[in-house]
Design a binder for this molecule. Structure first.
Ligand SMILES: [Zn+2]
Length: 287
């Protein structure tokens, strides 16, 4: 844990003009495991938007001496394309070999086994690259919690999460209003869904805003209008939100996804309701 939390909320304060309110974390990575729903990774424009969001989150984290540490791929779109093609070709080749072998094999059992093996190879390959079979959208209302059924279908399509200390980020279409949603339910550690649809005023902060919630940051500057709001944890998403206060950066650093312990009580809305509306955090954690 960091040594101090000065909950200053002066919109004018930023790392440029008040460096004494910020720690230097030396580029420490915030770990994410990224997945793309089929409707996103099959669409070049949405795919590129998702990368703009990842890049935007990384840029802002770097401004505050952190960085985005992402799996499965850390390559930007242009450089990624040949890698993706090559990987696809390799998997196709591997599946092709299995199918050829199957043609030689005799009997229904051998055929079924080979088909299953070919399918498994193809699915593992995609899953390892974060490319989901999930197609369609998740319903999230403008206010309140998303129904569990849709969340469960999407989440199941991820399979087993390789490392729980990586924040799960899923790019998928969201129905109902918001472009981003942080799932805070007892069934899972906090995870994030972001819709990389092209209508975005501020692609730099949408993902980072949701990551902030997953690190237990609550909304800020709620009484500010769009002319004076500067903080990335402002409830709406638009150009001009570029600031994180020092204590917010500390909170991201202290999260399970960077340098902290496993969160507790993140789903407990009844006791969280005791927190005042302008409280810095979404849930209380024992010190
Ligand atoms: Zn929010």
């Amino acid at each position: 844990m960091t040594s101090f939390l000065d909950f200053n909320k002066d919109p004018a304060n930023d790392i440029d003009n008040k460096p004494q309110q910020y720690h230097n974390f030396g580029g420490k990575g915030v770990r994410v495991q990224v997945y793309w729903a089929a409707d996103i990774w099959r669409d070049a424009s949405l795919w590129n938007n998702s990368w703009a969001l990842l890049k935007g989150a990384d840029e802002i984290l770097r401004k505050y001496t952190l960085a985005l540490d992402m799996l499965p791929l850390q390559t930007e779109p242009a450089a990624l394309a040949p890698t993706k093609d090559k990987a696809t070709r390799e998997f196709d080749k591997s599946v092709g070999k299995q199918v050829a072998r199957q043609k030689k094999a005799k009997g229904e059992v051998a055929k079924k086994q080979t088909e299953a093996a070919a399918k498994a190879i193809e699915e593992q390959g995609r899953a390892a690259r974060g490319l989901l079979d999930f197609s369609g959208s998740v319903y999230v209302p403008m206010q309140g919690e998303a129904p569990i059924d849709g969340l469960t279908v999407l989440r199941k399509s991820l399979g087993t999460i390789p490392d729980e200390t990586r924040l799960v980020v899923v790019f998928a279409h969201i129905d109902g209003g918001p472009n981003g949603y942080t799932v805070l339910r007892q069934e899972w550690l906090p995870w994030v869904i972001v819709d990389p649809q092209p209508i975005q005023d501020n692609p730099k902060t949408l993902l980072l805003h949701e990551m902030g919630h997953a690190c237990r940051l609550s909304h800020q500057q709620d009484s500010a209008g769009s002319a004076t709001a500067r903080n990335i944890m402002y409830s709406l998403d638009f150009k001009g939100l570029t600031h994180l206060w020092g204590w917010q950066v500390d909170t991201i650093y202290d999260s399970y996804w960077c340098n902290g312990r496993k969160p507790s009580n993140w789903w407990d809305r009844i006791s969280n309701a005791k927190l005042p509306p302008d409280h810095p955090f979404l849930w209380d954690e024992p010190p």
